[in-house]
Design a protein around this ligand. Structure first.
Ligand code: T4K
Length: 399
């Protein structure tokens, strides 16, 4: 008789008469990603969608976007917010406004230890990225290395508050002031973070925050440029809208970096819930710290006791004292469905489009190279269940 896989297997699995019923196999644990966005309550979003449907105003600095800008500047305690489509475009606009412009736009000093968007923004602005090394503790640009990288062609410094860990703002500010060059902060990670009670977004000439879905607070896609005066805000808004002044006047080379009303609606509806999320993230971060803070060979980059953290991420450095290297640990977690991420590896200065730059030469950026080799960001999001976190910790403690 031919084998019939369906009916034969059904017969095969029938329990013996009198035997206990077969227990279903336990469900495999769910995959855990490095982050998981919080969504605004539909009840808060719906009226904004109704407003859009009624007015048919969908984009081009509509009423919802303007309310979101005001709500953000009040929430963050910063003077002016210009919403844009994402932080990458925000960085490009910020640099252009501060004079990184034209053919041979000069050099912009930056960190290689960041998401690739930081350096890409410089290259798209037409300037040459000049990499300077980072401080091995904060993993942010070292002001002394920035000072060494300054040349007559330097047009700006684009520093990153990596994981919302503050840069040495006074050190970088002093270098910028001494040489009369603008200081821009890529503050992509910094929603809700403060330094000495002041928003981390309020430092430098301009700061650029991301409102991407992977951030502490988001508008699906989005970004914001924080400026100190109304005139600058107006200029930035124009740059994000093709340089249009009015129906007859276009006076600068702008681009389209507008945030739509739909994105602004998601942001506006979600904003009241943001502080609660930061608190919930704090609990996750403190649990990691309690479990992993003293493990030999692991260094936690953002200890939770510094005031003003937004708990965006929990990066660890897997140092030589740990039994396996970072890649092996990441692979082991991934084999169990835990997708920790190596933010930021590979080092930007090692990428094919940048590695031939003079400042990218092997050996010039030792601290950034080590950080890129060793860093692993563990999952952090408000809904991460303690039992799932225990599973992650257990795997790290028994590599
Ligand atoms: N400067 C810095 C220092 C930055 O970190 C970034 C962006 C920027 C500038 C530029 O900002 P934007 O132009 O994006 O506004 C992500 C983000 O796309 C990027 O915004 C972020 N930094 C970077 C650190 O991470 P990917 O390609 O690694 O993300 P992805 O899609 O692998 O997502 C990570 C995990 O998050 C997924 O495994 C699952 C989860 N996820 C993701 C999305 C998008 C969700 O659960 N839902 C989602 O909708 O780049």
């Amino acid at each position: 008789m031919d084998f019939d896989p369906i009916s034969d297997s059904e017969t095969y699995f029938l329990p013996e008469p009198g035997s206990p019923p077969r227990r279903p196999d336990p469900a495999p644990p769910e995959d855990i990603y490095v982050t998981r966005p919080t969504l605004p309550p539909m009840a808060a979003l719906q009226p904004l969608l109704d407003e859009m449907w009624d007015t048919r105003m969908l984009t081009n600095r509509g009423a919802i976007l303007r309310r979101f800008e005001l709500a953000l500047s009040e929430h963050l305690g910063v003077p002016h917010v210009s919403l844009v489509a994402n932080a990458t475009l925000g960085c490009m606009i910020a640099m252009r406004h501060l004079g990184v412009t034209g053919r041979g736009a000069g050099e912009v000093i930056t960190t290689p230890f960041s998401f690739v968007a930081t350096t890409h923004a410089i290259a798209w602005a037409g300037a040459e990225p000049v990499f300077a090394d980072i401080d091995p503790v904060t993993l942010n640009l070292d002001p002394a290395q920035v000072e060494r990288a300054i040349t007559p062609r330097t047009r700006a410094i684009l520093a990153v508050h990596c994981y919302a860990n503050p840069c040495d703002v006074s050190g970088l500010g002093a270098v910028a002031a001494r040489h009369g060059i603008p200081l821009i902060y890529d503050a992509a990670h910094c929603f809700g973070a403060t330094l000495d009670g002041r928003s981390l977004l309020d430092f430098g000439d301009l700061s650029v925050m991301s409102l991407h879905a992977t951030k502490v607070f988001h508008s699906v896609e989005g970004g914001a440029i924080i400026s100190h005066d109304a005139q600058t805000k107006q200029a930035l808004d124009r740059l994000a809208n093709y340089g249009i002044v009015d129906n007859h006047t276009i006076d600068t080379l702008g681009l389209n970096a507008k945030m739509s009303e739909l994105h602004a609606a998601v942001g506006l509806a979600g904003l009241p819930g943001a502080p609660k999320d930061i608190v919930a993230r704090g609990a996750v971060v403190r649990r990691y710290w309690a479990a992993l803070g003293q493990v030999k060979g692991l260094r936690c980059v953002c200890p939770p006791d510094r005031p003003g953290q937004n708990n965006y991420a929990f990066p660890i450095l897997v140092e030589p004292g740990y039994p396996v290297d970072c890649e092996t640990l990441a692979d082991r977690l991934a084999s169990q469905g835990i997708y920790a991420r190596r933010y930021f590896h590979p080092l930007v200065s090692d990428l094919p489009m940048y590695r031939s730059l003079p400042s990218a030469r092997q050996g010039l950026l030792p601290h950034a190279s080590a950080a890129a080799r060793q860093v692993l960001c563990l999952p952090v999001f408000p809904e991460l269940a303690p039992a799932d976190q225990d599973r992650i910790v257990e795997l790290i403690l028994t590599p």
